[in-house]
Design a protein around this ligand. Structure first.
Ligand SMILES: Nc1nc2c(c(=O)[nH]1)N[C@H]1C(S)=C(S)[C@@H](COP(=O)(O)OP(=O)(O)OC[C@H]3O[C@@H](n4cnc5c(N)ncnc54)[C@H](O)[C@@H]3O)O[C@H]1N2
Ligand code: MOO
Length: 413
């Protein structure tokens, strides 16, 4: 029998169901633009990248030593040194029986050679080299196309260009690539209680942190932000901002006013000027998250509580923006860890509690709560290195139980 506390609300939308529906209602932008590699970091590839060359394009040495013929390396081998091959300065001749060439890491393997012996395994006397064997053919030789073959698909369209991808693109000698147009997102906070840093707080006021935090996450994702600032709890002002945003941005993200309070106008205005896709999910934090459209502009209403805003941005808005940008999101790796303390949890909503996971003495993972779990306590969020994924129907977690979690350190937030 399902247990519900007195605050339970049946009929909330399950997380994965809502996320799936939302993503199915979003379409990727189709315009792309050419950029140089210097401008390409954090952009999304618009086309597949095929390798224009073999990488490496020539056989070369993986060690500093001597290039030779493996069959020559017998117990009595004494090879005549006939030249040198440095990186960028190949040896122009070819190696015959009983001969070898001094070679450095990355230098082209001379014709006739089929192996490299590292210098630590050779003795050198008056241009005669005594290699210690045995040596197999191909030893310490990097073959052409070992990394990438000409014509091979290196990256698929939709790949985000991080430093590692950029490094590979550079190794292909590409000067210019096509990337998706940069997304533009309008961002605003609603709430009469909100003040910007530097302003004086009147009784009951707080500083606006959601707009700054969400703006930073957008920036990390390479998205252009139009900052609409703080909008007062006035339906006319909210309406005006929504209509303007829908004409100048690819998406609108708001914070606050999506619950059922007397000054919560966000959802009401969305219903007037656009349409609601869904509202109220079976998640904690973030229950009142709202998704919809104003004309063709997708709308994401983050709840005002700071932890709820950040978590719903991560769980819902991040994949939505990836879809709009034409980015292929990789599935999130989920890990299993042992709860090192009890976690309070009521069945009814999937609960993304903030945790600190670490490796235990026996090599397994253990997790503790990263401070208080109220959705108003953002300092715990900033401390956390993981989000627990406590299943919707699950109840309290006892110490020693296994829990699912996702790592968040090193991500864009
Ligand atoms: N009767 C009910 N009350 C509430 C419900 C409910 O279902 N029934 N849901 C609760 C949940 S869960 C959440 S989350 C909040 C979300 O409310 P809103 O999205 O309407 O947000 P506000 O009421 O505007 O603010 C909530 C809270 O967050 C602070 N806040 C708002 N904006 C910011 C900002 N930009 N930076 C920092 N902090 C912000 C605000 O001052 C409030 O303390 O509703 C519950 N209530
Ligand atoms: O679900 Mo609300 O987001 O807990 O505070």
């Amino acid at each position: 029998m399902a247990i519900h506390d007195c605050d339970s609300q049946p009929g909330l939308r399950p997380y994965l169901d809502a996320r799936h529906e939302m993503l199915s209602r979003l379409e990727a932008i189709t315009d792309s633009t050419p950029v140089s590699l210097e401008q390409a970091l954090n952009r999304i590839l618009a086309d597949d990248i095929l390798s224009p060359l073999d990488v490496p394009s020539f056989a070369n040495s993986a060690m500093d030593g001597y290039a030779l013929r493996a069959a020559d390396v017998t117990d009595e081998a004494a090879l005549t040194l006939i030249g040198t091959s440095l990186a960028g300065h190949p040896f122009n001749g070819s190696i015959g029986p009983g001969e070898c060439v001094r070679i450095m890491t990355g230098a082209a393997l001379p014709l006739g050679a089929d192996a490299v012996v590292m210098q630590e395994n050779c003795r050198s006397e008056h241009n005669i080299i005594y290699p210690r064997g045995p040596v197999t053919e191909g030893r310490h030789v990097r073959l052409p196309a070992e990394d990438l073959a000409q014509g091979e698909r290196v990256f698929a369209a939709g790949t985000r260009i991080n430093a590692r991808v950029l490094s590979v693109l550079s190794s292909l000698g590409l000067e210019q690539i096509y990337v998706q147009r940069q997304l533009t997102v309008a961002l605003l906070s609603t709430g009469d209680e909100l003040k910007s840093p530097g302003e004086l707080l009147a009784p009951g006021d707080i500083y606006d942190s959601n707009r700054i935090g969400v703006g930073a996450m957008l920036e990390r994702l390479g998205i252009r932000v139009i900052d609409y600032g703080i909008i007062q709890d006035d339906p006319a002002l909210i309406r005006q901002a929504f209509i303007k945003a829908a004409t100048e941005a690819d998406a609108l993200i708001t914070s606050g006013g999506v619950s059922v309070g007397d000054a919560d106008y966000t959802k009401q205005v969305l219903e007037e000027v656009g349409r609601i896709g869904f509202w109220k999910l079976a998640i904690k934090p973030g229950k009142p998250f709202a998704f919809g459209h104003i004309n063709n502009c997708p709308f994401f209403g983050l709840p005002g509580n700071p932890v709820s805003a950040a978590v719903t941005f991560h769980l819902l808005v991040r994949p939505a923006l990836a879809t709009l940008a034409g980015e292929t999101l990789k599935p999130t790796p989920l890990l299993q860890a042992k709860a090192l303390m009890p976690f309070k949890k009521s069945p009814g909503r999937m609960d993304f509690q903030r945790g600190t996971v670490s490796t235990q003495a026996d090599g397994s993972l253990g997790v503790v709560a990263a401070g208080a779990q109220s959705s108003a306590v953002f300092s715990a969020m900033a401390e956390a290195n993981c989000l627990l994924h406590l299943e919707q129907d699950r109840g309290n977690v006892s110490e020693g139980d296994m829990v699912t979690l996702e790592l968040i350190d090193g991500l864009y937030w």
